[in-house]
Design a protein around this ligand. Sequence first.
Ligand SMILES: Nc1ncnc2c1ncn2[C@@H]1O[C@H](COP(=O)(O)OP(=O)(O)O)[C@@H](O)[C@H]1O
Ligand SMILES: [Mg+2]
Length: 248
Amino acid sequence: MGVPFSIRGLDKKFGGLAAVQNVDLDLQEGVTTALVGPNGAGKTTLFNLATGHIIPDGGEVLLDGKSVLGQSPHLIARMGVARSFQDLRLFGRMSVRDNVRAAIEPTAWLWQPGGGSAARKREAAVDAALDRCGLTKQADARAVDLAYAERKFLSVARILATGARIWLLDEPASGLDPHSRARFVQLVRDAVAEGVTICLIEHNLDIVTELADRIAFLDRGAKLAEGAPQEILRDPKLIGIYFGEQRT
Ligand SMILES: Nc1ncnc2c1ncn2[C@@H]1O[C@H](COP(=O)(O)OP(=O)(O)O)[C@@H](O)[C@H]1O
Ligand SMILES: [Mg+2]
């Protein structure tokens, strides 16, 4: 199995705060990895470093073994790494459909290379993503008018439509009702079956157990442990940290 995405010795400080400290992470092809850890552990920062939204103080980010350090988020996305944000970052006044379109080509939707057939292909990808995320009926609604769960699914549809092979999902299931959660789990499983490599930040340990093949456990910027879910989730020390036990 290949390792399409790899992080080596990443460091990032915000002022005096070490948000990410010497973190290594390999995303293996077809393996779903969950990033687990208390609030402030550095999980989102790690994604931001991986996708070029923040430049690390040290370390490497490798895509197919080649450094993408210093590349723009846009370029990294083009290379097949898609991500969602904790705060979703949808275009509220745009339609659901246009939100998905914009994710495919952020800069130049109206004049694309490839002519009509490429445009039709993109429209088909948009339709398929909306369908899989249960948003076909809402395609013409404004994103801002969607229900909470629908907005979460729209952020997934935006990723799905890109055809990215690596997905980084930041708390995609937080706040979902049980029905939507089940739908989300199925969406991820379908993507994995199609060969997508997924890393997700997730607080709900039931979802982690359902989806993850591996867990990387972060605390105070450092990766404390990595392994199979049953191994990590049975470690009393890690569970204590996760649920906020007093620490010295
Ligand atoms: N842009 C920033 N400027 C300053 N501090 C930040 C910034 N982003 C995150 N932090 C801090 O870095 C730490 C890790 O944050 P974050 O990666 O968001 O954690 P998590 O996603 O695990 O909850 C936190 O203490 C947070 O306050
Ligand atoms: Mg976060």
